[in-house]
Design a protein around this ligand. Sequence first.
Ligand code: ATP
Length: 270
Amino acid sequence: MDPAAPILEAERVSLRFGGVRALTDVSFAVRRGEVFSIIGPNGAGKTSMVNCISGRYRPTGGRIRFEGRDITRVPTRRRAALGIGRTFQNLALFGHMTVLDNIMVGRHHLLRSGFLRGMVYWLGGAQQEEIAHRREVEEIIDFLEIQHVRKAIAGQLPYGLRKRVELARAVALRPKLILLDEPMAGMNLEEKEDMARYILDLNEEWGMTVLMIEHDMGVVMDISHRVMVLDFGRKIAEGPPEAVLADEHVKRAYLGEADEAVSEPEEAVA
Ligand SMILES: Nc1ncnc2c1ncn2[C@@H]1O[C@H](COP(=O)(O)OP(=O)(O)OP(=O)(O)O)[C@@H](O)[C@H]1O
């Protein structure tokens, strides 16, 4: 495999929901080892793009390639097994389960032991596997500094910690590419700084390529190697963060959003 080849390529990806064009002919490539962010005003198509990559949505046009292989029609589960992990904009933890169990679920597909192997569990092999599996889960728990809540019920934790547990679950899959949908949303400054550090460590020390959607521009500027900007489902800019923010087209897209915010107050969230 050519190490310089992009890990992920989107080629003219389009997605429609009835009359709504969520994405129109979006092409980009993520290089192996980079932190690549997708930004853009609300409704620009960012989550739709990530959902097309994770397999949750099937594009109505275009192709997606992962490590050179066309995955456009590959089901979500297979994509996870190929090495694509994700977190969600709205937390998707099993609220009634412990932190530890949530992370174990993340590793489930990596366990070679199926049902039959489970029946002969005590004969040896699978037990060794389970021990190795647990060791790795503990490593992730240490890395994300959630030892103190490992036995806690996930749904009862404060929001910032739940976001960290969700990241742990995605990391447990040992993905080559991790998709993070607004990892900083709803966090205070200190929690954001911690999360930014975890993402950088995942990238630099654990070797994961990161594709992130994030609204916090400070974070995007700080930790992204490259940024792509979507507006009304189309790509309007791509490049290093400073160059993208200086782009007139991008400034207009964000100013338009600010104008709307002045004239249309945000709906109250229930
Ligand atoms: N499941 C769906 N059914 C119908 N329309 C959808 C669906 N998902 C997204 N859309 C529409 O597609 C467009 C892009 O939405 P998307 O959620 O991808 O934007 P976004 O950039 O992630 O927005 P935000 O920053 O607000 O999360 C919007 O017009 C949205 O209403």
